[in-house]
Design a protein around this ligand. Structure first.
Ligand code: GLU
Length: 380
């Protein structure tokens, strides 16, 4: 303590020795240095115009011409107001695009429906959670799913049935030729001598017998022997045909029901590329078609190009209650919980301020008002 006092005394003494001009010069140099130092302008980081990356993802971000709206847009506006910061939104197509921009520090932060994940946390700073959600499954609405006519039509043109018909045709042609060869020389034979029209009659006989509907029988002993064998083949074929069609119909009905994540393997699942949903599906070894945007995923589901869509629950719920009303439905509960956050570059000078603003908004009910504005609580 005494040593410190001595040191201060020394400095004062040496300052006293400086002339007025020298003191002025020293002061000027200090001012200049402070101004030139980049950190100096960041003393109050909220004074600069913040570049805010976002992406369209209803109901968090909507775009109507140049105007942005939505829960995340309103929330950011309130946070910026709390911080007293100016900002400018820049819209990017996907979450990976936003992350890229943040990583390269081309923008100061990103806000949309960006999930906080352990993997992303390695490269970025996140604000405190701003919204709790998770992943869920959406399917086409069940109305009409058990409609018998589309199901039957689908059945008639199914590869299994076409294969069976092919086999039946091949068998009929073989049997018709055998019978024609054996019966054509018989005096009271049922088939004429010449190939045409003899083969037509023989084919008709073979087809009718295969379907166990024969009305005439060959007259020659060899022909009759073949006819008996053919009748047995007919019985077996009809039994096999019935069994195949019944099984296919049962499987089709069972497959109609996707109730949870356990029903997804083997089905066509769609999601968006680079999303946490695509990450989850890859990790769970569920094959998925990845499209560029959520709108394309809705399209694929509605056009029967996919059986199920896996994505963020709040986004799906909003679509189900609005544009997709009556066309789609959500099945099962949230199977992976996720929180949305504001993404920032590592060690961002704005994180603390953003978190304080977010907490203030949550405490003074402004957050609740926003939530009620964008999420019809009664409906959901
Ligand atoms: N929440 C998801 C994510 O962060 C998807 C968001 C989106 O595609 O907008 O990857």
């Amino acid at each position: 303590m005494i040593a410190l006092l001595k040191k201060i005394n020394q400095i004062i003494k040496s300052l006293n020795k400086l002339t007025f001009q020298q003191t002025l010069l020293a002061g000027l140099i200090v001012l200049l240095l402070l101004h030139a130092h980049p950190g100096a302008s960041q003393q109050n980081p909220s004074k600069k115009t913040l570049q805010v990356a976002t992406k369209i993802i209803p109901p968090f971000v909507f775009q109507d011409k140049d105007k942005l709206s939505g829960f995340s847009i309103d929330l950011w506006r309130s946070i910026a107001k709390e911080m007293g910061a100016d900002f400018k939104f820049i819209v990017y197509p996907t979450v990976p695009d936003i992350l890229n921009q943040v990583e390269q520090k081309k923008v100061d932060l990103g806000i949309a429906a960006i999930s906080i994940t352990a993997e992303r946390q390695k490269k970025f700073d996140f604000s405190l959670p701003m919204f709790a959600g998770g992943l869920q499954i959406m399917v086409r609405s069940s109305d009409g799913k058990n409609n018998i006519f589309p199901n039957l039509l689908q059945m008639f043109f199914s590869p299994t049935l076409l294969q069976l018909v092919g086999i039946a045709l091949a068998l009929i042609i073989i049997a018709a030729h055998i019978i024609w060869l054996l019966e054509r020389h018989h005096q009271e034979g049922i088939i004429s001598k010449s190939y045409f029209p003899g083969i037509f009659k023989a084919s008709w006989w073979a087809a009718a017998t295969l379907a166990t509907q024969a009305d005439e029988m060959p007259k020659g002993p060899l022909g009759r022997m073949i006819a008996v064998i053919w009748m047995f083949i007919g019985v077996i074929f009809v039994a096999y045909f019935t069994a195949t069609v019944t099984t296919a119909m049962t499987v089709q009905q069972l497959q109609g029901d996707i109730r949870g994540i356990q029903d997804l393997p083997g089905r066509v699942v769609v999601t968006t590329a680079g999303s946490t949903a695509s990450e989850f599906l890859r990790y769970s070894r569920i094959k998925a078609v990845e499209v560029a945007s959520i709108d394309k995923a809705y399209d694929a589901l509605l056009k029967n190009q996919a059986d199920a869509l896996v994505f963020d629950s709040p986004v799906l719920l909003y679509y189900t209650a609005n544009e997709g009303k009556g066309k789609v439905e959500i099945v099962g509960s949230i199977f992976q919980e996720e929180n949305y956050g504001i993404v920032l570059p590592n060690n961002s000078p704005y994180r603390r301020e953003i978190n304080s603003a977010l907490l203030t908004l949550k405490e003074n009910a402004a957050y609740k008002t926003l939530y009620e504005k964008w999420f019809d609580v009664k409906k959901s």
